[in-house]
Design a protein around this ligand. Structure first.
Ligand code: FAD
Ligand code: NAP
Ligand code: MG
Length: 448
C-alpha cells in the first residue's frame, strides 16, 4: 500500500517539503503519495502578495501580511537554497536585499524545476485533522469554489500553514472613540495611504521598524513608535522617534507612560502574530509562543505526542528558507525511513537540552548562533547539500552591526558572500531610501 502524506500550506515551508520529496524520487526512492492543500489560488505563502485584507474572496481570513514596497530585511545570502542558488536563478549576481517580487520569483524558480505544482490542490482549505483508531489521520478539507467537503486518510500530516498571519490585536483605552484608522500590520498594504498623516506605530520588532520607516519614506507626517518592553534604539531619521508605552488615546491625542502626548491621525499596531491551528484536533495542536525553540516539538519539527505529525517553520525566524529546507529534509527522511525518531523519553531529553540553551540566550548574536546550531543539527542527518552555514552566521552578525550603524542605509550594503557559490553581492543601483519603485523589472533588469 502506498503511504500518503498530507502537507498543509504551499508557502516556502510546504514547497520545501514537496521539493525535497522530488529530490528523493530522482534518487530512485519510492516516494509516498503527496497531497498539498493550499487555501489560496497560488503558491508562495506570504510572498504571494494580495491587495485583499480582512476576508478573502471566499470569506476566509486573508492569509497575506506582506505589503507593497517590502524589501528583504535580512541579506538574501542567509536564506539561499543550497541546491538552487541566486546566481543560477538570475544568471548573474544580484544585490543582497531584494524586494518581495524578486524573492517570490526565486522561490518559484526552484519549485518549477521539480514540477511540484502537480501535488498542490489550490483553493482548498483544511478544516479538520484528527487521528483515527488505526493510527492514521483523517483530513477534512473544503473546496472553496464548490464548498464541497471531503475527508481522506493519510499516514502522515505536515503542518506548514505559517504563523505570521493571525494578528495579535491588543486594546488600549480610548480606541473605541479614536477618530482615525486603527489597523494591525497584517492589514497594512500601501504606505501611500498614510501620506501626510501623523502616525502612531506600536511595537519594537521588525514590523514596527519597517512599517515606520516605510511610511516616512513614502511621505507620511511624523511617526511616533511606542514600545512596551525595550525601545529598538536605532538612530532614526528626522520625523521618526521612539517613546514609552501608550497608556490611552483621547480623541486624536495619544498619551504615553512618560506623561508626554502626541497628536496622531492613525494607529498601526505592529504587535505580532498568534500561532493558530483551528483545524488541528486538540491532541495534535501546537500551542506555542513565537520563540526560537517552540513548545512540543522534537528537533523543532516532530510533534512529540505523535511524531507522525510534523510542523515546519514554527520558530521565530532569523533564518527562513534555509531553516525550512533543513526541517523539511529531516521530516522527509523520517517518512522514507532514513531517520529514526527516537522514543518519547529520548525526544524529551533532547528537547529539554535545547530549551535550556534557548533560555540562556541574551543578545541577537546569541539568537543567530542558536538558530544556526539548530540548522546544523538537522542537516547532519540528511543529504541537504553542503553550504557554508558558518559564513551565514558572520553575515547576520555584520547585518546587525550595519543596522546599528544606520537603520536607513543597511540595505545599501554590498559585498555579502554567497554561502553556496562564494559570489559577492554587488551594490544596488539606487539607495533603498530613494528607491520608490520596487518592481522586479527595475530591480534586476535595469542596468545600474
Ligand atoms: P507562509 O508563508 O505563511 O505560508 C503558509 C501557507 O499556508 C499560505 O500559503 C496559506 O495560505 C496556507 N494555509 C494556511 N492555513 C491553511 C489551511 N487551513 N488550509 C490550506 N492552506 C492553508 N522572511 C524573510 O526571510 N525575509 C523577509 O524579508 C521577510 N519579510 C516578512 C514580512 C512580513 C510582513 C511577514 C509577516 C513575514 C516576513 N518573513 C520574511 C517571514 C516569513 O514568515 C517567511 O519568509 C515565510 O513566508 C514563511 O513560510 P511558511 O511556508 O512557513 O508560511
Ligand atoms: P514580532 O517580532 O513578534 O514582534 C511583536 C512586537 O509587538 C514586539 O515588539 C512586542 O513587544 C510588541 N507587542 C506585543 N503585544 C503588545 C502590546 N499589547 N502592546 C504593545 N506592544 C506589544 O512581530 P513582527 O514585528 O510583526 O515580525 C514578524 C515577522 O515578520 C518577522 O519574522 C519579521 O522578520 C517579519 N517582517 C519582515 C519585514 C521586512 O522588512 N522584510 C517587515 C515586517 C516584518 P515586546 O517586546 O514588549 O514583547
Ligand atoms: Mg497562522
Amino acid at each position: 500500500m502506498t503511504q500518503r502524506v498530507a502537507i498543509i500550506g504551499a508557502g516556502p515551508s510546504g514547497m520545501a517539503q514537496l521539493h525535497c520529496f522530488e529530490e528523493a524520487r530522482k534518487q530512485g526512492v519510492d516516494v509516498p503519495e503527496l497531497v498539498c492543500f493550499e487555501k489560496q489560488d497560488n503558491w508562495g505563502g506570504l510572498w504571494n502578495y494580495t491587495w485583499r485584507t480582512g476576508l478573502d474572496e471566499h470569506g476566509e481570513p486573508c492569509h497575506g501580511s506582506m505589503y507593497r514596497y517590502l524589501w528583504s530585511n535580512g541579506p538574501k545570502e542567509c536564506l539561499e537554497f543550497a541546491d538552487y542558488t541566486f546566481d543560477e536563478h538570475f544568471g548573474r549576481p544580484i544585490p543582497s536585499f531584494p524586494p518581495r517580487e524578486v524573492l517570490f520569483d526565486y522561490i518559484i524558480g526552484r519549485a518549477k524545476k521539480n514540477d511540484i505544482n502537480r501535488h498542490i490542490r489550490y483553493k482548498t482549505a483544511v478544516r479538520w485533522v484528527e487521528e483515527t483508531s488505526n493510527g492514521k489521520f483523517r483530513v477534512t478539507s473544503e473546496n472553496l469554489d464548490t464548498n464541497d467537503s471531503s475527508t481522506e486518510e493519510f499516514d502522515y500530516v505536515i503542518v506548514a500553514s505559517g504563523h505570521f498571519s493571525i494578528p495579535n490585536v491588543p486594546y488600549y483605552p480610548g480606541f473605541e472613540r479614536f477618530p482615525g484608522r486603527i489597523l494591525h500590520g497584517h492589514d497594512f498594504r500601501d504606505a501611500l495611504e498614510f501620506k501626510d498623516k501623523r502616525l502612531l506605530v506600536m511595537g519594537s520588532s521588525y514590523s514596527a521598524e519597517d512599517i515606520a520607516l516605510q511610511c516616512r519614506k513614502y511621505g507620511s507626517g511624523p511617526v511616533t513608535i511606542t514600545y512596551r518592553t525595550n525601545p529598538m534604539g536605532f538612530k532614526w531619521p528626522d520625523g521618526v522617534e521612539e517613546v514609552p508605552l501608550l497608556t490611552h488615546v483621547d480623541g486624536n491625542t495619544a498619551h504615553f507612560k512618560d506623561g508626554s502626548t502626541r497628536e496622531i491621525d492613525a494607529i498601526i499596531m505592529c504587535t505580532g502574530y498568534l500561532h493558530s491551528f483551528p483545524f488541528m484536533a486538540e491532541d495534535l495542536k501546537l500551542v506555542t509562543a513565537n520563540r526560537l525553540w517552540s513548545d512540543g516539538l522534537y528537533k523543532g519539527v516532530f510533534w512529540m505526542d505523535n511524531p507522525k505529525v510534523m510542523y515546519l517553520g514554527m520558530q521565530d525566524q532569523y533564518y527562513t528558507f534555509t531553516q525550512f529546507d533543513a526541517e523539511a529534509w529531516l521530516a522527509r527522511d523520517a517518512i522514507i525511513g532514513r531517520f529514526e525518531v527516537p522514543d518519547r523519553k529520548a525526544m524529551q531529553k533532547d528537547f529539554d537540552a535545547w530549551r535550556a540553551k534557548e533560555e540562556k540566550l541574551e543578545t541577537p548574536y546569541d539568537d543567530i548562533d542558536f538558530q544556526a546550531d539548530h540548522i546544523a543539527d538537522l542537516v547532519q542527518y540528511t543529504d541537504y547539500p553542503e553550504f557554508d552555514l558558518d559564513l551565514t552566521r558572520k553575515l547576520f552578525y555584520d547585518w546587525e552591526h550595519h543596522k546599528d550603524e544606520n537603520i536607513v542605509t543597511y540595505r545599501d550594503r554590498a559585498g555579502f558572500q554567497s554561502p553556496c557559490t562564494g559570489t559577492e553581492s554587488p551594490a544596488h543601483h539606487t539607495d533603498w531610501w530613494r528607491a520608490l519603485d520596487d518592481s522586479m523589472d527595475t530591480y534586476v533588469k535595469q542596468s545600474a
